[in-house]
Design a protein around this ligand. Structure first.
Ligand code: GDP
Ligand code: MG
Length: 686
């Protein structure tokens, strides 16, 4: 047996008579190879059929802190203890013994003193991780004076081990498939001046700090130390100076491993890995393989350590200079300024920083140099990114306000094509933004630096502004068109109403329709160049129809105002009563039929009044009605829409007004009659 041979080679005397149960086995040798003999050894120890009734304990701590001594005392094992007088060389590796009269597998790690050699550190880390991952209780052995000393207390190693342990086995533990672990701190050579409670506090704070500083896997970011580990603390007096006290304290501590009734019994079920004893060898070998193949544990060489240190320094200098440069544009951009050529500046700062770093750092270990370069680049880009985003925002604002201004300028005067003005301004705006944004992208390869979303936003705002302008323009245009309509309709209405005739409404409505047609097509041709929507056109046309009708109606009202209409009637009457058929003024002679002529002229004129009073074409085909949407349309820009009573608008003179006008006209006519009569009387008198 290999284990047997080694044991013989080391030449330890057998501690007790039971040969097989006190046998040691080197489970991992100097070549970091796991023994194939563990299963056999477990069988020899009589533990193969123990099921879950066994425990595993291991130890962690600096060289020559009395670890092996302690284990031997606690478990009756026979690990090698360094003999001061002989400076005897012990065999490196991980050793395992069965506790005397206990179902406990005890592991001891044997290293060498040459700690600074990378080779030894590698073994130290791996064996420590293995101990932590495979045991229920890990004794963390340290001198009292090491407490609070980060290096001395092996805390650096512990940190690495906890970190890798979390990465390798953290998930499994959380699943509940394997138990928790007890970290039992054993403070050696405790003088007693500092009470255990104080030492315990220091250690708890230290290890908690270590836990927080671990780089944890993404899904275990929030994991707490307490999710995995319990902490316990004990102290032992000086083995030589207080030999008795040491012995009794060791005894007490031993009891915690042996006596299930002890309130501080350490092997709680929660710590058990739930691996049946006959599977332990396989299980442990598995853990060792994972530990062995884990790259995180590969130790940096001296070269790498140096590179890390120097590359960090060089990177810091480069970054500091870069920062100074970046600061110069931070304020203007934050103040809303569009900094011309900011992309060029950023590129040059970045390039300079990288060149500076490359010049000094590229001589060092390539892996480290490259890794740190990536870090530096990330730090640089993190500073540049807000500048880029700020520039985009400012550019956005600037382009939008320029767009508005360009439209206002373009719409000055009368001779412009609205759609062209807006189209030009929009193209200019988007071009300016795109150029500016592209310029500001430091590294087009990097996908995070995108400006397309901002452009989309700008486009939307440009559209809103453009739409608003178009609405305003459309309103303006409708107003102009309405003014033109009024001009055009004025004369035909005046002409037709001047001389009332039965078909005067036909004339007016035909003129109205013609003018309206012209008006509508004039609107449509303009609206086309505005890119108005169908909906906008429908609305504008409805408004236009209603407003032109109203314009017609007010023109009619103007022409049928009382004074105007009485004038027309008077004129009509005079023409018939004071002039003869040839248009020669009449001189009344006695005997002339004044009464007859008066009655005829008056009746003739009175017949006109009903003609004026209602818009009523003779030919029904020219009858006009206002379309429904025009009836509902709002007549003004205020948007308040009130249904228009079109039928009511056909009545020009109400009955009362008709009566009133009739009466007034009669009086006028009577005055003419009296005047005519008088003139005959005076001619007789001559
Ligand atoms: P290990 O390398 O940590 O396993 O330490 P050892 O158990 O081999 O012991 C190293 C040396 O320290 C030996 O000479 C022991 O006699 C001595 N030693 C063991 N325990 C104690 C202790 O509690 N206090 C002191 N001062 N020395 C001890
Ligand atoms: Mg030892």
């Amino acid at each position: 047996m290999a284990a047997e041979l080694k044991q013989n080679h080391v030449g330890r005397p057998q501690v007790n008579g039971d040969h097989s149960t006190s046998e040691r086995i080197q489970i991992v040798d100097e070549e970091k190879k796991f023994t194939p003999d563990l299963t056999t050894q477990i069988e020899k120890w009589g533990l193969r059929d123990a099921g879950f009734s066994y425990d595993i304990v291991a130890v962690f701590g600096s060289q020559s802190t009395g670890k092996s001594t302690l284990l031997n005392r606690l478990f009756g094992t026979n690990f090698d203890v360094m003999d001061e007088t002989k400076r005897q060389q012990t065999t490196k590796g991980i050793w395992m013994c069965r506790g005397k009269n206990m179902n406990v597998m005890v592991m001891d790690v044997e290293g060498t003193d040459g700690r600074e050699r990378g080779e030894d550190q590698d073994f130290e880390r791996k064996s420590a991780l293995f101990s932590l991952a495979s045991s229920e209780v890990l004794l963390i052995n340290l001198w009292e004076h090491q407490v609070g000393l980060y290096q001395g207390a092996n805390m650096g190693l512990l940190k690495t081990v906890l970190e890798v342990n979390l990465g390798l086995f953290g998930k499994k533990t959380q699943d509940g498939t394997s138990g928790r672990t007890l970290l039992l701190f054993v403070i050696r050579d405790h003088i007693g001046q500092t009470p255990l409670a104080n030492l315990q506090n220091t250690l708890t704070v230290d290890i908690q700090r270590i836990w927080e500083s671990l780089s944890k896997p993404k899904d275990l970011q929030d994991s707490r130390m307490a999710d995995y580990f319990d902490l316990a603390f004990t102290a032992l007096p000086h083995k030589i100076l207080s030999a008795d006290a040491f012995e009794s304290e060791v005894k007490r501590l031993r009891n915690r491993f042996v006596d299930k009734q002890d309130p501080e019994y350490v092997f709680k079920p929660a710590y058990h890995k739930r691996i049946p004893a006959d599977g332990v060898a396989f299980y442990m070998e598995n853990i060792w393989e994972q530990v062995q193949s884990n790259k995180d544990l590969d130790l940096p060489t001296q070269q790498e350590l140096l590179a890390q240190f120097r590359c960090d320094e060089i990177s810091a200098v480069a970054l500091a200079e870069f920062n100074e440069q970046a600061k110069s544009q931070k304020r203007p951009i934050e103040a809303g300024k569009v900094v011309d050529g900011v992309g060029e500046m950023m590129r040059s700062w970045r390039k300079m920083a990288l060149e500076r770093y490359d010049r000094d750092a590229s001589r060092y270990h390539q892996g480290v140099y490259k890794r740190k370069r990536t870090d530096l680049l990330a730090a640089i880009d993190a500073i540049l990114s807000p500048l880029f985003l700020g520039q985009l925002k400012n550019l956005h604002k600037l382009c939008l306000s320029t767009f508005k201004k360009d439209i206002l300028d373009g719409l000055k005067g009368d001779d412009y094509d609205f759609a062209e003005v807006v189209g030009k301004a929009r193209t200019k705006c988007e071009k300016r933004f795109t150029e500016g944004a592209k310029e500001a992208v430091v590294d087009p390869e990097s996908t995070q630096w995108s400006w397309e979303d901002e452009l989309e936003l700008l486009k939307e705002e440009v559209k809103i502004v453009g739409d608003q302008c178009r609405k305003d323009e459309t309103k303006k245009m409708v107003n102009t068109i309405e003014r033109n309509f009024k001009k055009q309709i004025s004369e035909p209405v005046e002409m037709a109403l001047h001389k009332a005739s039965p078909n005067m409404w036909d004339t007016i409505l035909i003129a109205f329709k013609e003018t309206l047609d012209k008006t509508e097509s004039s609107y449509l041709s303009k609206a086309r160049s505005f890119n108005c929507t169908e909906e906008e056109n429908t609305l504008a046309l409805a408004t236009l129809r209603r407003r032109t009708w109203q314009a017609l109606r007010s023109k009619i009202d103007e022409q049928t105002a009382e004074a105007v209409i009485l004038g027309k009637l008077r004129g009509h009457f005079e023409e018939r009563f004071r002039y003869d058929e040839q248009g020669v003024p009449r001189v009344w002679q006695p005997g002339d039929d004044i009464d007859g002529a008066f009655k005829k002229a008056k009746d003739d004129t009175l017949d006109l009044i009903p003609l004026y009073s209602k818009i009523k074409p003779v030919n029904l085909s020219v009858e006009y009605t206002l379309p429904d949407d025009a009836i509902a349309a709002s007549a003004d820009t205020s948007g308040s829409s009130e249904e228009y009573d079109f039928n009511a608008s056909l009545t020009v003179l109400s009955e009362t007004r008709t009566l009133d006008i009739t009466n007034k006209f009669r009086k006028d006519a009577d005055a003419y009659y009296v005047e005519a009569k008088r003139s005959t009387v005076s001619s007789i008198a001559h």
